[in-house]
Design a protein around this ligand. Structure first.
Ligand code: UGA
Length: 437
């Protein structure tokens, strides 16, 4: 099929490359000239494992191209909207400027029978509003809401082998003409047995908001348990192991630590609360305020614990933060809990060095006042305490014995509860986890 993908960020660039991999002819369109130049040269504009190899692979087939010129969408019959919906400045609600502009910019190039497929995470009611707008245009195009569930760091495999496909169409009917077209787009996944659900527009939009809210709630639940564990001397990691063995609960997303960040969970739960408020259903989601509060409290807690580790005073202490990205295998620092903690420590007088295998350039743009060092050995040299805040494999694998000789004081705060506390203690370290004795 001939496909256009509007928006080539974390979602769209991967989607475009994967659609080409599946055999479609794809044009990726974005207003950012630099991004388009990179992608046209088969260079990923951000770090995502496997993306660059995939870009090279598919560009050789001639099925994938990138442009800033929207008129190239005219050759396509399926148009994916993959632009961002960031949090509005000073408000909880999502900023819909980019989605609205993408749809408006696309309209002159849409021909009868085309489908426009929204993948961006949007407030419920957006598809209905856009569909009304489309209905007034000639020719009318069908609008499908097809939420994306990919995780950064696993984006390529999540797109090529999703765990489900949701198509939201205006009448919620399997017979809607857009369903057969999307089935053709996703024929590879469907033949591999991926479950596919057809719903109405609002249900499809809500599936995404509900899924991310559930994941955020799971993380904040275990972090709340970590607070109780800290008050009682219990160990939250063993607690999670034990409750996770109940398959109604499951162990995934029960990793207690410094909490969730990134460009999705934090802003999505806030946008969901804001939208529920507009709909008069705010009471239904007041628990998400608590989920958000528990999550933000983790950051303050780490600052307090670091102060304790440093003997009650942060002033002049040399601290090294291992990891700047909001999660490993990503260079994304949007709402990164690690950087927010690093900045708070620095504000309180500590001298903070941050290291990360991939995210230092992005981090330095957001927090220029912090000190960055790409070499781990140099970053930890003469540190008064280490804080492991993003669990990259190379930090999990650090050898506590050799590291002890390089730091000033062997103090480590394991913000992700991934280190073997016994091993670090035997190597002479004062080890602190979160929610662990
Ligand atoms: C999230 C969802 O997992 C995806 O399904 C969704 O498609 C995506 O948002 C989106 O809306 O686009 P992502 O933001 O890439 O994906 O990251 P997650 O893997 O969900 O992690 C989010 C944060 O939670 C990270 O900071 C991670 O460190 C933290 N986390 C995760 C925990 O603190 N504990 C856990 O047990 C799991």
């Amino acid at each position: 099929m001939r496909i256009s993908v509007i928006g080539c960020g974390y979602l769209g660039a991967v989607h475009a490359a994967c659609m080409a991999k599946l055999g479609h002819e794809v044009v990726g369109i974005d207003v950012d000239d630099r991004k388009i130049k990179d992608l046209s040269n088969a260079t990923a504009p951000f770090y995502e494992p496997g993306l660059e190899a995939l870009l090279k692979d598919v560009q050789e087939t001639g099925r994938l191209s990138f442009t800033t010129d929207m008129s190239f969408a005219a050759n396509s019959e399926v148009h994916f909207i993959c632009v961002g919906t960031p949090q509005k400045k000073g408000e909880n609600a999502a900023d819909m400027t980019y989605v609205d502009a993408a749809v408006l910019g696309l309209l002159p190039y849409v021909t009868p029978g085309d489908i426009i497929v929204g993948k961006s995470t949007v407030p419920v009611g957006t598809a209905g509003r856009l569909a009304e707008q489309l209905a007034t245009q000639e020719p009318a195009a069908h609008l499908v809401w097809n939420p994306e569930f990919l995780r950064e760091g696993h984006a390529v495999s999540d797109t090529l082998s999703p765990d489900r496909l949701v198509y939201g169409v205006i009448d919620g009917s399997e017979e809607h003409p857009a369903v057969a077209i999307l089935d053709e787009v996703y024929a590879g996944s469907l033949s591999a047995g991926t479950p596919r659900l057809v719903t109405d527009h609002p249900t499809a939009e809500l599936v995404k908001a509900a899924a991310n809210s559930f994941l955020a709630t799971k993380i904040s639940f275990i972090n709340a348990m970590a607070e109780v564990c800290e008050a009682t001397g219990a160990d939250v990691t063993r607690l999670a192991d034990a409750i996770g063995l109940d398959d109604r609960i499951g162990r995934k997303f029960l990793h207690a630590g410094i909490g969730f960040g990134g460009g999705c969970l934090p802003k999505d739960i806030r946008a969901f609360m804001a939208r529920a408020g507009e709909l008069g259903a705010d009471q239904a989601l007041t628990f998400l305020r608590e989920v958000d509060a528990i999550n933000m409290r983790r950051r303050t807690r780490v600052v307090e614990l670091t102060r304790e580790l440093c003997g009650g005073m942060l002033l002049g202490k040399r601290l090294t933060v291992l990891g700047a990205a909001f999660k490993p295998e990503s260079d994304d620092v949007r709402d990164s809990p690690s950087l927010s903690i690093a900045a708070q420590l620095q504000l309180q007088g500590a001298v903070v060095t941050v290291t990360d295998p991939k995210a230092l350039n992005n981090a330095a743009r957001r927090f220029p006042e912090l000190h960055y060092e790409s070499n781990t050995e140099a970053a930890v040299h003469k540190a008064d305490a280490l804080l492991l805040l993003t669990e990259w494999q190379e930090y999990r694998d650090l050898d506590p014995y050799s590291l002890a000789a390089s730091v000033n004081s062997p103090f480590i705060l394991d913000g992700r509860n991934v280190l073997d506390a016994g091993k670090w203690r035997s190597a002479g370290w004062t080890y602190r986890g979160l929610g662990r004795p």
